[in-house]
Design a protein around this ligand. Sequence first.
Ligand SMILES: [Zn+2]
Length: 339
Amino acid sequence: MTQLRQLIRHLEQVAPPVYQESYDNAGLITGNPDQEVTGVLVCLDSTEAVIREAAAEGCNVVVAHHPIIFKGLKRLTGQTYVERTVIEAIRHGIAVYAIHTNLDNVYHQGVNSRIAEKLGLINTRILAPKKELFKLNAVLSENGNGALQEMLAQAGAVNAGFLNHYSGEPQLTRVEAYFEKAALRNISSVLEQYAAAPGSWDIHPVDTPSPMIGSGMVGELAAEMSENDFLAHLKTRMLAGCVRHTKLLDKPVKRVAVCGGSGGFLLGSAIAGGADFFVTADYKYHEFFDADGKIVIADIGHYESEQFTIELLGEIIRRNFSNFAVRLTKTITNPVFYF
Ligand SMILES: [Zn+2]
């Protein structure tokens, strides 16, 4: 028997939650880590239809790329598809786990490495590597009013976890947190102030080196292609209904930058990385102007860019678990249609 927490531990080894972006809400959204896994349905979007599909297939865990709850929910009356999905999941005892920007941000087995594989890119690297991360383990004395947590957050700690509260005077607490190099000084001064005893804390760099963590990916085609051939290649390989692109530059395509989903923020990195094409999604009219003759932006659609994440998640889970079924959703959740 497999407990949900074992599945989560495996997923978090592939894509540590600390690498999610600050606006994200990846992780366990409904369900209990102690529940036994009867089957897993993987999807991009855990919509109501997907939850019903999971229930019909005997799967009590849905692993989705996009978190169904992204901002606070104040009521669950079924007025929106988000509320209805959450109600449906809880009613069927289905755990929903999201593996989102943390999966976008890993080099190995991530959203972008799968896109790069589909396009046949070689010599790939992360387009915008994350700054070096450090992990803090500490036993600190707490004043019990949440000020310590607040101070750590202000000093730049992310995902600070207060693990064990020891009773007594002063109240001691064990803390785990991650932070970027720039926050080292601020974090240290909080530690000096709150350490339970001299040296009751430890800071070490996180195992995964930073070139393995970050946004987007850039790589090369094994052989140059004309721009038109590349557009056809892109459309076929990514099963795109439509490719919206900027003016072609009348030069061969060799280096290609990719980012699944809304990658517009990486345009500067794609140009600086010498990419001939930038393949992503969610471009708006005015943003296309930013190509400015330096690169060709190709918007293939959000769903299209990430659809192979479904098979990727299936492979990641099947590799480690064989005592329950892992199904890929048959529900097409793309809300965009082409006429
Ligand atoms: Zn997405």
